[in-house]
Design a protein around this ligand. Structure first.
Ligand SMILES: [Zn+2]
Length: 376
């Protein structure tokens, strides 16, 4: 058995990683460095009687296949790194570690059900890293951890982000690159502190406009997906300074949409009521019609004051970013002809050609806003 090191370290920011350093400040931390020791079993007796003094355990790059339930005797453990082993499960007793803030489990054999049922009761966890495992689903227990600030789940086989993601109101970093996601739930737009969102290398086709509510978002990685257009609201993300879009089939030319279905009589009547500002009350109309009328949406053509219900025209608007990039943004208009009677540059070439005319509607984005757009 190899001799293990048990070192007392001053926890300057260079000594320990990420959130732990910030959270712990300058307290003396006991760090058990057991990385690359060719261990095949957890060294249970190594710190006999002193387990409560250990704050950090690094067991990365060994040959461990499990972590014993006796991990709970390390009552003051703050960080546990078991990366690059062959571990396929975490014992239920991990929940007893009330000070555990960082759990690093990348490159193991974790599946979705590898986490304890009560894992959501880890009361101090701020960072979890399950990248490089074989999870098919997003572990629902994570959505119960109110203290979570960073979740690294890249390089798994996750197919869906649960709507319960919105429970993670303190989440700042979410890494889900290299999975099998096909969509983004609207609820992902409900995370007020999210600053870094990585969804690259998936199969995502559309980006919901709700992401515009991510007011803290600084970096958005969407490269290598199946995205053709972006919601126009994305340019109003004030703090966004990095947007990665390469490897997407982004529409590069205006393509007229021929799937326009003429409005139904119901829609025409609804449009007339809304466009003329005709008043209605619950005494005049059945509730279902009132709901219908309330569902009217404004045409996005700034020269048109009309509304639409279900009959709409998709319009791709190209926006110039920093004079270098033209991003295709998706908009909906009330009809193919809604601009024909209006004036101004909005009505000219953007609708009249179905071939290779690029839209002339360019809302230049100040160069200080979007610092880095990766397209090519
Ligand atoms: Zn219109």
């Amino acid at each position: 058995m190899c001799r293990l090191r048990f070192v007392m370290e001053h926890s300057g920011p260079s000594d320990i990683r990420g959130g732990v350093a910030a959270a712990v400040g300058s307290v003396q931390l006991a760090k058990a460095v057991l990385s690359r020791k060719q261990l095949s079993d957890f060294p249970e007796d190594e710190f006999s009687g002193q387990e409560h003094k250990v704050n950090i355990i690094d067991l990365s790059r060994n040959s461990l296949s499990s972590i014993p339930g006796t991990i709970s005797v390390y009552t003051n453990l703050i960080e546990l790194d078991i990366s690059n082993n062959r571990i396929s499960g975490i014992p239920d007793e991990i929940v007893a570690l009330k000070h555990l803030r960082s759990l690093i489990c990348k490159n193991n054999q974790f599946e979705t059900n590898s986490l304890p049922k009560d894992f959501g009761k880890c009361v101090s966890l701020e960072t979890v890293n399950f990248s490089g495992n074989t999870m098919l689903d997003f572990p629902m227990q994570l959505t119960e951890i109110q203290t979570l600030k960073a979740a690294y789940l890249g390089g798994n086989r996750i197919r869906q982000i649960p709507t319960a993601i919105q429970n993670l109101q303190r989440l700042e970093r979410l890494y889900l690159g290299g999975n099998q996601l096909t969509s983004i739930p609207l609820e992902l737009g409900s995370l007020p502190r999210l600053a870094c969102l990585v969804l690259s290398d998936n199969r995502i086709e559309t980006v919901p406009s709700e992401l515009v509510n991510l007011r803290s978002l600084k970096s958005l990685s969407l490269h290598n997906n199946r995205i053709t257009t972006l919601p126009p609201q994305i340019i109003s993300l004030g703090d966004l300074c990095e947007l990665s879009l390469r490897g997407n089939p982004l529409v590069v030319r205006f393509v007229r949409d021929f799937t326009w279905q003429p409005p139904s009589l119901l829609e025409l009547a609804g449009r007339a009521i809304k466009n003329r500002g005709i008043a209605y009350t619950a005494e005049d109309l059945p509730l279902s019609l009132i709901d219908y009328l309330d569902s009217a949406r404004h045409c996005l053509n700034p020269k048109c004051s009309g509304v639409y219900f279900s009959s709409r025209v998709e319009h791709i608007k190209f926006v110039d970013f920093c004079g270098k990039y033209r991003l295709p943004l998706m908009q909906y208009l009330c009809s193919p002809s809604c601009t024909s009677s209006s004036s101004g540059n909005y009505s000219s070439s953007s609708y009249t050609s179905s071939s290779d005319t690029e839209s002339d509607e360019e809302a230049a984005v100040p160069s200080n806003k979007m610092k880095k757009v990766l397209l090519g």
